[in-house]
Design a protein around this ligand. Structure first.
Ligand SMILES: [Zn+2]
Length: 255
């Protein structure tokens, strides 16, 4: 197993990440009567299907799964990853197969044009394998720059980041916020956010995780935590939609 890569945590990198939130935005202002929640799974481990997506299917819900073609079939810190057959099955069941980079390169370590070619490579890989590439994209490791936000906005309806927060009546479609569903961080913040949807009906909340298993990585959760989330979402009365469908819905209710 190779060492786990993580982008820089320097002060400079942190400041630049904070500023990027305010730049190259594509704001969508909306008014809805019922909150919307989107479940997303990144990369993507097989355990996400067995212990996460199948539970959503039991509720009649669909998810967005961000696939990096180059990670299929490998085994890493998230456990065994999906095969192309798994991805095809998810697509056929009506889940959104979202865009990612093919080799899971992130924007902080890759020159812009190279990054964009890797995104294109992933889209082509999905199409070649008979999978409909989704209209949304997730930034690997959440790494993003204003130039990248602008470049990808031409090809995707929405771009998901990893900064948490609820979209109350407005969302930057170039950097959609998402709550981490990580055992390592605890579930309190995300459960509180879901419970708050009752008070903020005109809201969209997205969630993201990786592996779902008894002993998850630092970026995954347990099957029990997934069940707790699902029951909190049910209690909130929210509608559950994949990212692209959620955006289409919000666009229908644009102010
Ligand atoms: Zn990823």
């Amino acid at each position: 197993m190779t060492a786990i890569y993580e982008p820089s945590r320097s002060i400079g990198a942190k400041i630049s990440r904070r500023l990027t939130v305010y730049r190259a935005r594509r704001d969508l202002k909306f008014k809805i009567d019922r909150p919307v929640v989107s479940f997303t799974f990144d990369d993507c481990p097989k355990s996400a299907i067995t212990n996460g997506i199948s539970l959503l299917e039991n509720e009649g819900w669909h998810a967005t799964i961000y696939i990096a073609g180059g990670l299929l079939d490998v085994e890493n810190h998230h456990g065994k990853m999906m095969s192309i057959h798994d991805v095809r099955r998810l697509d056929r069941k009506g889940h959104e197969i979202g865009g990612h980079t093919f080799s899971h390169r992130d924007a902080s370590s890759t020159e812009l044009n190279r990054f964009l070619s890797d995104v294109e490579r992933n889209q082509k890989f999905l199409k070649t394998n008979g999978i409909r590439p989704g209209k949304s994209f997730a930034y690997p490791f959440g790494e993003v720059s204003p130039a990248l936000k602008t470049a990808l906005s031409k090809n995707f309806i929405g771009l998901r980041g990893i900064r948490s927060g609820i979209h109350k009546g407005v969302v930057d479609r170039n950097q959609i916020r998402s709550y981490p569903v990580f055992s390592s961080k605890g579930m309190d913040d995300v459960i509180e956010a879901i419970n708050n949807l009752k008070k903020n009906r005109s809201s969209w909340l997205t969630l993201f995780t990786h592996d779902v298993r008894q002993t998850p990585s630092d970026w995954g959760c347990t099957p029990e935590e997934m069940k707790t989330l699902i029951s909190a979402v049910k209690k909130s009365g929210a509608m559950v939609l994949p990212i692209s469908n959620a955006i289409e819905y919000l666009k229908d209710h644009e102010l």
